[in-house]
Design a protein around this ligand. Structure first.
Ligand code: BTN
Length: 249
């Protein structure tokens, strides 16, 4: 990888997009701070100094339908890096990285309304973007936002940071673990879903998924190729390809 570093930038995904459009591949754009960080579903993403805000343009030789798999792989890679420094992170479908959301660590309050109150706090998120023709991806980038060296006071209640969990980390080393793990996974795509299942805190839970068109509620029973969530509902199994997932119980 060649690394392009910025002390402050609007969004590393936007910059990586420009580089991708120019034909650059195997690069990573990193910033200490983003002033216009973007999250999934048109949300903004808080990116104060001290985080790991990075976007990598991959060299994909895969069909567009396999892109969700790369997104899952990025989540697995981030969890690998967190666990390597001693933080027991888990994955909420499709790729929110949480701390304290293992089913057995839940408080289970009947009236808890936030993920934080239920036990899960967000440590990292992933925003994948691509451009492609019918069956071929022309470029694919993965943006990773990991709350690394951010003081707890600077975080919303439903978020946490590596610093809050274990103290300040070597951001360069953590990013390197993420990138190495991601390229190993992309090189062995048949291992991605299995790894994702092992790190998941969604499977086995009662979930509500907002797909933008409807809400699906039931027990999350599996994740299947290329990254869909299988939910066991009152009216049978539903296969959900995209959406916002909430852990209910
Ligand atoms: C989410 O959970 O909603 C995804 C958040 C992704 C944030 C990262 S930070 C680096 C990259 N640049 C952005 O503007 N967004 C992603």
């Amino acid at each position: 990888y060649t690394v392009e570093y910025h002390e402050s930038i609007g969004s590393t995904n936007d910059r990586a997009r420009e580089r991708a459009a120019d034909g650059d591949r195997d690069i990573v754009v990193v910033a200490d701070e983003q002033t216009g960080g973007r999250g999934r579903l048109e949300r903004s993403w808080d990116s104060p100094p001290g985080g790991i805000w990075a976007s990598t343009v991959l060299d994909p030789t895969l069909p567009a339908a396999h892109v969700p798999l790369v997104t899952l792989a990025a989540g697995v890679a981030v969890v690998d890096a967190c666990r390597a420094v001693g933080v027991e992170a888990t994955l909420k479908w499709p790729n929110d990285v949480l701390v304290g959301d293992a089913p057995d660590s839940r408080r289970g309050d009947a009236d808890a309304t936030t993920d934080a109150a239920r036990g899960g706090q967000k440590l990292a998120g992933i925003l994948t973007e691509m451009e492609g023709e019918a069956d071929r991806v022309s470029w694919l980038l993965v943006g990773v936002g990991l709350n690394a060296n951010i003081a707890p006071e600077a975080l919303p209640n439903d978020a946490t940071s590596l610093q809050e969990q274990i103290g300040a980390v070597d951001r360069r080393a953590v990013l390197q673990t993420i990138l190495e793990s991601l390229s190993a996974l992309v090189a062995a795509p048949e291992t991605i879903i299995e790894q994702w299942r092992a790190y998941s805190s969604t499977l086995g839970r009662t979930v509500r998924v907002d797909t933008g068109r409807n809400e699906i509620e039931g027990k999350a029973v599996d994740v299947q190729f290329p990254g869909a969530l299988v939910v066991d509902t009152d009216s049978g199994e539903e296969v959900v390809h995209a959406g916002d997932c909430e852990h209910l119980r």
